[in-house]
Design a binder for this molecule. Structure first.
Ligand SMILES: [Zn+2]
Length: 224
């Protein structure tokens, strides 16, 4: 490469999109979470689960305003412990559901609306003092507290993808997430959008180019 060509190649050019965020290696403290597959509800193969799923999708159709995420799901089933495997017929009867159930049901709702939706897995920073409370609550319900850590937690969400753009919906909170939320409680230490099937595709999430199917850390925006 000539020196002139080298200079041209290095110069950022508006026509060239920013490089995608690089894949990261999971830290020792969250490697078990990185090895998790996104949660999915099981199906008994019978009418119990078929009817439960049909009822759920009919509920979503009746609540949908034509835009936005299905905020009715965490209002109907507030966030709490779930025991896995969890079947459709058990999920709709539950008093509360964990983020894995929320995220899976939300993907199903988006897909039934004709929207492409993929799983999202996160490691979020949390306040250290929540940890013992979460352990007690999940253990007391016979559910696994393996998602909870001291100062961090594993979380699942859902992304919609259209025209190369992703938006991430926190199905347990009922709100869109921003990649700029990298400081403070519930901020994003690591995120994986999409599963193995989507690997190789790159999407833009509010200005951040994200390779699907791999763990990344969103770039830290400048201090305000
Ligand atoms: Zn069933």
């Amino acid at each position: 490469m000539t020196p002139a060509a080298e200079t041209r190649a290095r110069r950022p050019h508006a026509a060239h999109p920013a490089p995608a965020a690089p894949a990261i290696e999971p830290g020792a403290d969250w490697a078990p979470w990185a090895a998790c597959n996104p949660s999915s509800l099981a199906h008994h193969g019978g009418n119990c689960c078929t009817a439960a799923r049909a009822w759920f999708l009919a509920m979503d159709r009746s609540f949908w305003q034509g835009h936005g995420g299905p905020g009715w799901i965490p209002r109907r089933w507030p966030w709490g412990p779930s025991r896995w495997p969890l079947h459709w017929c058990e999920a709709v009867r539950a008093d509360e559901l964990d983020c894995g159930a929320h995220a899976f049901m939300t993907r199903e709702a988006f897909r039934a609306r004709g929207v492409r939706a993929v799983p999202v897995q996160l490691v979020q920073r949390q306040e250290r003092h929540h940890y013992l409370h979460w352990l007690g609550r999940w253990n007391g319900s016979g559910a696994s507290p393996a998602w909870a850590g001291e100062g961090a937690a594993y979380h699942e969400a859902c992304a919609t993808i259209a025209g190369g753009r992703a938006e991430v919906w926190d199905a347990s909170v009922g709100a869109w997430l921003s990649p700029e939320h990298v400081r403070g409680v519930r901020s994003i230490a690591a995120v994986r959008i999409g599963g193995a099937e989507e690997t190789g595709e790159v999407v833009t999430w509010r200005g951040v180019r994200v390779p699907l199917g791999v763990w990344i850390t969103p770039p830290t925006p400048p201090e305000p």
